[in-house]
Design a binder for this molecule. Structure first.
Ligand code: PBG
Length: 329
């Protein structure tokens, strides 16, 4: 069909017409909100590089989670900042560790809220790497045992999903086996399947105090140049028992999201990471961009690329905006 027979503008003439032919929709159902837990009481430390994001003590985090639930957001993703770190990250699997306490408090107060826990060692090791070291190298197979212990301790505390983000080979299988052998066959796994070694994590490492003390994560996280390799990574995690797979970061990797969406039939999450959030917040604060519109356009683009779920620090802002738009229409 050619002009003048076909005029695409006909269906763009009014908001109602546009609404009727819109291909992609954003809904609060798709959002997962990350939260950072610290020891103590009454603590709400602002994260400087992430306006609107705080490190929260358990009591404050529960309040925050209640407001997240109030906005209709179905799930939170928890990161923990322990008060002590050691070589092997043992605070990560302590029964009374920061995440374990937070999960128990959330499950007691807000039993319906889906609680997802980050399973990694970088916040808990003194060297800041995501696994156990042998010299300056992260020892893959030794790390698997610890990760399985961490995941199991989260499941025991009541986590609905565990989310391994360490990028060790074989970790999904190790975590699945540990959960199943201990009676947690209903605890689901969201695998950070294609996680790239990205500079967009910069602000997160302030929030989680998890920057490596030496070197970088290139020897375990994916090379940003690779897309086909993402298919192999996702295939492995699915074989090993992942229930939800993830691509991370989102914005500079929309092609990878599309590739994974077309190749696999599992629910797909995308992580709209800290740097993606902070860039928009900073530009908006300078008056250089319309922060709200860019936020919605970004989230919509991640959905259009094929993500079913979006982990985003914008979840609350976006939920509020979607709510007001619904009332406005
Ligand atoms: C590692 C982890 C990281 C993020 C989530 N889990 C950081 C890293 O790999 O260095 C980054 C999230 C973000 O930037 O928002 N446990």
């Amino acid at each position: 069909m050619e002009f003048p027979l076909y005029r695409p503008r006909r269906l763009r003439r009014s908001e109602n017409l546009r609404r009727m032919v819109r291909e992609t929709r954003l809904s609060v159902d798709q959002f997962i909100y990350p939260l950072f837990a610290v020891e103590g009481r009454g603590i709400r430390n602002p994260v400087k590089s992430m306006p609107g994001v705080f490190q929260l003590s358990v009591d404050e985090l529960v309040k925050e989670a209640a407001s997240v639930q109030e906005l209709g957001i179905p799930a939170v993703l928890l990161f923990g900042l322990p008060d002590r770190k050691d070589e092997c990250g043992s605070a990560a699997y302590a029964p009374d560790g920061i995440i374990q306490k937070t999960v128990m408090a959330l499950k007691e107060r807000l039993p319906e809220l889906v609680v997802i826990t980050d399973v990694c060692l970088c916040e808990y090791t003194s060297h800041g790497h995501c696994g156990l070291l042998q010299g300056e190298r992260v020892d893959n197979d030794a790390t698997l045992e610890v990760l399985a212990k961490v995941a199991l301790s989260h499941a025991r505390a009541g986590a609905d999903l565990v989310a391994p983000s360490d990028m060790m080979d074989g970790r999904i299988g190790a975590v699945r086996a540990a959960l199943d052998q201990n009676g947690y066959s209903d605890t689901a796994i969201m695998a950070y399947a294609a996680k790239y070694c990205s500079a967009f994590y910069g602000p997160f490492r302030d929030a989680a105090e998890s920057a490596p003390r030496f070197g970088d994560r290139r020897a375990y996280q994916m090379d940003p140049a690779n897309a086909v390799e993402a298919i192999r990574e996702v295939a492995l995690d699915i074989q090993e028992g992942a229930d939800i797979v993830m691509v991370k970061p989102a914005l500079a990797y929309l092609d990878v999201i599309r590739l994974v969406r077309d190749e696999f039939d599992r629910p797909l999450a995308a992580y709209n990471v800290s740097g993606e959030y902070s860039m928009i917040k900073a530009a908006a604060a300078n008056g250089w961009l319309d922060g709200e519109r860019v936020m919605l356009e970004t989230l919509l683009a991640i959905r259009r690329a094929g993500a079913d779920l979006i982990i985003t620090y914008f979840a609350k802002d976006a939920a509020r905006l979607l709510q007001s738009q619904r009332i406005g229409n």
